[in-house]
Design a protein around this ligand. Structure first.
Ligand code: AGP
Length: 611
């Protein structure tokens, strides 16, 4: 996620802005920049650089910025590679206005084409730049905040912005819709920030801007208005967080914060790909329709959690897109005698885009003539540069080593791509596709409902945290969910945990069942529900400790198992998007109870860039 800091007051802005950016580094970024109004010449000066904040710091040491109003930004690239030109801040044609932005402008291409026709000069490939030129277009004999309101009314997508202009050098404007932005109220100084850590050392009196609210700040006063200019009364709240707590927005661990971010991320991703019903768009996916129609099979290559997402994909592509789908972990794929060729579409899934085995597999596949599409969370990562097409998951940086929000974002990308393929290959009726899209759009709310019950899941987790091993059982599209649940537990609590296709119980695992082992059974409403109930009865008769994940309203299962975690009803095809959350929370709370390092578990790295 990008980071924003803004300052208006009596102190030198540069130091406050730079320190603020450093406090936001944990959000992940690949370039940074700053703009300050120089009082001497009443001009706007910008300094920006790709890479770490140390590069910006070096630039500022050689060319310092002297002024007491400014904005600064760390960029997590979504549109346009992490280059000097694409780094924020962005200025209008005459360098009178500068702006920084966090979010995604979904209609930026339409807006940009119109602005180009009107003679605006663009200097970057970013979606952000359209906003500052829109403000420029309206900023004629009206206050800056009015021009900002007019511009934002034309924008669709998510934004948090900070804007200043040399025409009104004492004014700092902030606005948000879909991306967080807070106002810090100081003594003869005021602040904007994406997140509290950036400004906590100066003030703990914070106003959390709500959707479509605009802050108009001068050094000694503030005003909050809505998009129509109507003033909104707001009183600051006093935060009692320290810096580290604030980076986690009050959550105890990054993993818990990221688990709770999932509904918003999935909602944004669906909104981005399906701007209106039955129209599915993948802008950065450059494999043409003709090619997608001609492929004979899909081969998924990935590691760890990404592999589990790909395994769900096998069920989804074969059900919706009717394309035979194979899958293997990257470390096996790369050494196999692969029977792939130009008729194969290789789907590489990787949160980091830097996993060595997956990169090696993709290179091998390309040598054999296959086309490659990657599902990735890091724009400009190696994998994306070696793929024919990319589907970004836009989940923002995932700090916890255990992948959570990236996993469900990968799943969402898979469902959306399966819909896209089904449209292109005409494998399901449009009416059914529209119904499925509507069902997928309801998933974020259903995930949010699950998260409201986290305390129940926490209690169940703690009751089982002493057990020495866990078995996870699932069938069909939730067999991968069982594998993922076991991986989550073992990697952050160090408890031996195994995921298994429930139908395989009699072929070995049933020998493990006794009262010292927990068995997590994924028994949501589905065509294999009765089979799961049979498995549960087999486990019960051997005194296994069962934790069931079931569909709301299922009374039957409550009699059969000690512990039930309910998830809302949904089309079984989408149930991995719901089942993932209780499995993540189960692992999280057991790990916390056992005193493990949840965010940085032993022996593990966030990205395995070596074999
Ligand atoms: C998942 O929780 C683990 N951190 C790990 O299995 C991870 O999914 C795997 O290393 C793949 O990483 P990637 O998605 O960045 O390629």
């Amino acid at each position: 996620m990008c980071g924003i800091v803004g300052y208006v007051g009596e102190r030198p802005a540069q130091k406050i802005l730079l320190t603020g950016l450093k406090r936001l580094e944990y959000r992940g970024y690949d370039s940074s920049g700053m703009a300050v109004i120089l009082p001497s010449k009443n001009t706007l000066a910008i300094r920006k650089s790709p890479g770490k904040i140390s590069c910006l710091d070096k630039l500022l040491k050689s060319k310092p910025l002297d002024g007491s109003i400014g904005i600064a930004h760390t960029r997590w690239a979504t549109h346009g590679a992490p280059t000097q030109a694409n780094a924020h801040p962005h200025a209008d044609c005459d360098n009178e206005i500068v702006l920084v932005h966090n979010g995604i402008i979904e209609n930026y291409e339409t807006l940009k084409n119109q602005l180009l026709k009107e003679g605006h000069i663009f200097r970057s490939q970013t979606d952000t730049e359209v906003i500052v030129h829109l403000i420029e277009k309206f900023y004629k004999n009206i206050p800056l905040e009015v021009a900002v309101r007019k511009a934002l009314k034309l924008v669709s997508g998510s934004f948090a912005i900070a804007v200043i202009s040399r025409r009104e050098p004492g004014k700092l404007i902030g606005a948000r819709s879909g991306s967080p932005l807070i106002v810090g109220i100081g003594k003869n100084e005021n602040f904007l920030a994406s997140d509290a850590p950036a400004i906590l050392e100066y003030t703990k009196d914070i106003i959390f801007l709500e959707e479509n609210e605009i802050a108009i700040l001068n050094k000694d006063r503030f005003k909050i208005v809505d998009l129509n200019g109507k003033e909104i009364a707001k009183n600051p709240v006093r935060l009692n967080w320290d810096i580290e707590q604030a980076q986690k927005q009050g959550y105890k661990h990054f993993m818990l914060k990221e688990i709770n971010e999932q509904p918003k991320i999935i909602e944004n991703l669906i909104g981005l790909r399906v701007p209106k019903d039955s129209k599915i768009i993948f802008k950065e996916q450059y494999i043409g329709v003709k090619k997608l129609k001609s492929i004979k099979n899909i081969f998924v290559v990935a590691c760890g959690t990404a592999y589990h997402a790909g395994l769900v994909g096998k069920y989804v592509f074969e059900t919706l897109s009717k394309v035979p789908t194979h899958i293997d972990v990257s470390s096996e794929f790369r050494y196999r005698d692969l029977l792939i060729n130009k008729d194969t579409l290789v789907l590489a899934i990787s949160q980091s885009g830097e996993t060595a085995d997956t990169l090696a597999g993709v290179r091998q596949a390309r040598k054999l003539g296959a086309s490659v599409i990657s599902i990735c969370n890091v724009l400009g990562s190696t994998l994306t540069r070696e793929s024919d097409g990319v589907m970004y998951t836009h989940a923002g940086p995932e700090i916890g080593v255990a992948s959570t929000k990236a996993y469900t974002a990968q799943l969402a990308a898979i469902y959306l791509f399966a819909f896209y393929l089904a449209r292109v290959r005409n494998t399901i009726p449009l009416a059914k596709l529209d119904k499925l899209i509507k069902e997928l759009k309801q998933i974020p709310n259903k995930q949010a409902e699950i998260l409201k019950e986290q305390n129940i899941i926490a209690r169940i987790s703690r009751r089982h945290s002493h057990l020495g091993s866990f078995l996870y059982l699932g069938r069909n599209v939730n067999y991968p969910s069982a594998l993922e649940g076991a991986l989550k537990l073992k990697e952050i609590s160090y408890i031996p945990a195994e995921g298994y296709a429930a139908g395989e119980m009699k072929h070995g695992p049933i020998a493990l069942i006794d009262e010292y082992r927990a068995v997590v059974c994924l028994a949501v409403e589905s065509k294999v529900y009765e089979k799961m109930i049979s498995n549960i009865q087999e486990i019960r008769s051997r005194r296994g400790k069962i934790i069931a994940i079931a569909t709301e309203g299922d009374k039957n299962i409550k009699e059969l198992t000690g512990e039930v975690i309910y998830v809302p009803k949904c089309d079984e095809l989408f149930s991995p998007l719901l089942v993932a959350l209780p499995l993540q929370l189960l692992a999280y709370h057991i790990s916390v109870k056992r005193g493990c390092d949840v965010d940085q578990p032993r022996n593990l790295a966030k990205s395995v860039t070596v074999e």
